[in-house]
Design a protein around this ligand. Sequence first.
Ligand code: SIN
Length: 528
Amino acid sequence: MRAYDYLVIGSGIAGLSFAHKAAANGRVALITKRTLEESNTAYAQGGVAAVWSSDDSVEAHTRDTVEAGAGLCNESVVRGVVEEGPARIQELIDLGAEFTRSGDPSRELYDLGLEGGHSVRRVLHAADHTGREIVAALVRAVRLDPNIDVFENHHAIDLLIDQKFGFGHGVPQCWGAYALDFNSGKVHTFTARATLLATGGAGKVYLYTSNPDVASGDGLAMAYRAGCHIANMEFIQFHPTCLFHPEAKSFLVTEAMRGEGAKLRRPDGSAFMAAYDDRAELAPRDIVARAIDQEMKRNAYENVYLDVTSLDEDFIKSRFPVIYEKCLEYNINITRDMIPVVPAAHYMCGGVVTADTGETGVERLYAAGEVTHTGMHGANRLASNSLLEGLVFAHRAAVHAKEARDDPTDAPRVPSWRSGRAVDINESVVISHNWDEIRRLMWNYVGIVRSDRRLKRAQARVSMLRDEIRQYYWDFLVTGDLLELRNIALVAELIVRSAQTRRESRGLHFNVDCPESDDENWRRDTVI
Ligand code: SIN
């Protein structure tokens, strides 16, 4: 039993910044599945969008976000985040995060990138490794803070909800979480007066994803099991350009390249985006990913190409050093060769319904970052708005969670984890087979373009798999793979259910059986 004021689950931008701030008010436990440095945030290339230049305005950033969101953004949430963003980014800079400076400091101190859907340059970046730079600054602060205990290699299993243990009444309250310690194989009970879910997204639900292995939707699944509302899960964003190479797993090729003039081309070298949208390569992501999907399916291409060869060689190497080096590993010299790319699952625009304060529907449970649905992203997230949202909501949650910490209510007596008659898992192949099956069927049936028939098949298969997995969960001692499988299966089911519910196409959800948007009936969130 480990008792704290605050429990933070996850170590991306939201978890790290919340921990850093909450530690000013109490003792913090931060649990993370791998190391503090491993999260979706760490792989962010493009950057953080914010109103930073004199050419920009809150109005313009809000308008671009709302337009990309295809009618489902909550405009007042967007405006609030956009207004607050620069102050939160300044705090990162104060912690030592170094963003790339502009060549002309008399104009702007920082170089600002451009990405799809943005009407002006507003993306702060550290070359093409922005996430790594931000994580490094936050990790330094967290590791140095004596009020924060970091528990790496710990996998949160489930939240401690008072009513599940026979306490409390009315609105359920969260008092921490059970977590599996991979080092000892033991399950520990972490109690806290306020808990933050900052577990990121669920790219691993799909066969092809830009996300690292940790992105298995754990927080979303725990929140659902705890009784939280989950919204808009049909809006899974596919990043248009991930490196296509048999050995290159999950490698993103940033949209900022298109901002600097890169062209999407067919294998014969012809450009195609202008035929789909007047903004061509700079159209919002849903449009670009669908165009690529259509080109690949119509012409039976295995991939398309991103071409930056018209840009200056030195500029390419200094602006995109990580991509340049990575592609060289596969004998692709991006200054001369076109980059083979395909779309891949990238970002979950829906999530745990979260208020402006970061509160969820369960008391003492907060959420921030990709795990949430705050109203910011609508039906399609604008590029580089996610780090911004994570920062702003982590701050707000840290401010509000002080109330939960100070509230004098006695914590309920939480029972320790019991394994009952569970035994060591003796058939790991069953777990890996089910993992593979879910990810493949989600890719094939619930991908960029959907149909009623494919969704129905997906629903039937996922429901069968969930029954099997439920059985393993009770029969076997928990392992990381089993916990993740249980979570991705649930997240898959929530995506399929939401996609079946929405009887129209909008933003990232495109169903050939109802291809038009229906504002009259469907300009609203899908809430489970
Ligand atoms: C990218 O660099 O293209 C990713 C940025 C984002 O997902 O916002």
